[in-house]
Design a protein around this ligand. Structure first.
Ligand SMILES: O=C(O)CCC(=O)C(=O)O
Ligand SMILES: [Fe+2]
Length: 271
């Protein structure tokens, strides 16, 4: 039977169990968190202290957003495809993502998760796509978000401690990474990117949907999992998003940090 890389996160009964489930499964839901920014930060501290290197202010995620770029031509009725968060910070994107539900939409807004490690091992196991899994870890591609911190790196990387990082960037036009200008084999690189995005999209379409309730938090290993959500009806739906850098991250950007891209510009943002 084909293993589906879509994941339904389990509900943790304690902080200890949340840590275990996060490590094993790449994501977990925590309940009774509260719905304030302080509660969101406190949960991150409980989960990751003393190994937390950076914990910026939470950002509110809602229709229109505060500083978020939304996908061109879309609104809250449209789904948000599976992606990695915080890639505006380049290779030093955050390894921890927390989404705390403040207000859910009665209709829609379900989250979904795709295990990037499982996508990679499926590509690896198939003789037709084995080369893709190898190339993903070797070939630098352009993963720079327009105007933000540059990244010309393989899609699959490893930290010095051996932690695997997989990335699915998504620009405001819905595009993924681009073939590098310096590529020695642009056709192969384009085919690699296409196969990667197709595999993630297929897994996302099959992934179980789940709806966070107010006071519930979804904790995600942002090096491993891609997350997305369905479109929703109620424009007052609201979540707190918190990005965190643990001591297992590749590095912490040498920049002011926030849980959105407001400080990730490569030069001063246009006002
Ligand atoms: O609205 C959500 O549940 C998640 C939004 C999200 O993933 C994002 O803004 O990066
Ligand atoms: Fe996100």
């Amino acid at each position: 039977m084909r293993h589906n890389p879509g994941v339904e996160p389990k509900l943790a009964q304690s902080i200890l169990q949340a840590k275990q489930l996060l490590a094993q499964e790449g994501a977990v839901v925590v309940t009774n968190v509260g719905s304030s920014a302080e509660a969101a930060k406190a949960l991150m501290r409980e989960l990751f202290e003393p190994g937390l290197k950076a914990l910026p202010e939470p950002a509110r995620v809602f229709e229109g957003g505060e500083k978020d770029r939304k996908l061109a031509g879309t609104d809250h009725h449209d789904p948000l495809p599976a992606h990695t968060d915080g890639f505006a910070y380049g290779d030093y994107y955050p390894d921890c993502l927390l989404l705390v539900c403040v207000h859910a939409s009665g209709q829609g807004g379900e989250s979904f998760l795709v295990d990037g490690y499982a996508v990679l091992s499926e590509l690896n196991a198939n003789e037709k796509t084995h080369w893709v899994a190898d190339a993903l870890a070797e070939v630098p591609v352009d993963q720079t978000e327009e105007g933000m911190q540059p990244s010309l790196s393989p899609i699959v990387q490893h930290t010095p401690a051996g932690r695997c990082m997989v990335r699915r960037v998504l620009d405001q036009y819905g595009n993924g990474p681009a073939v590098s200008d310096d590529s020695t084999n642009p056709d192969r690189d384009a085919a690699m990117i296409e196969e990667w995005l197709k595999s993630i999209e297929e897994a996302a379409a099959l992934a179980p949907r789940f709806r966070l309730q107010p006071g519930q938090a979804l904790l995600v290993d942002n090096y491993r999992m891609f997350h997305g959500r369905e479109g929703y009806a109620d424009p007052s739906r609201c979540m707190w998003r918190v990005w965190g850098w643990s001591d297992g991250a590749l590095g912490v950007p040498d920049l002011p940090l926030h849980s959105d891209t407001r400080y990730a510009y490569n030069s001063a943002p246009e006002s």
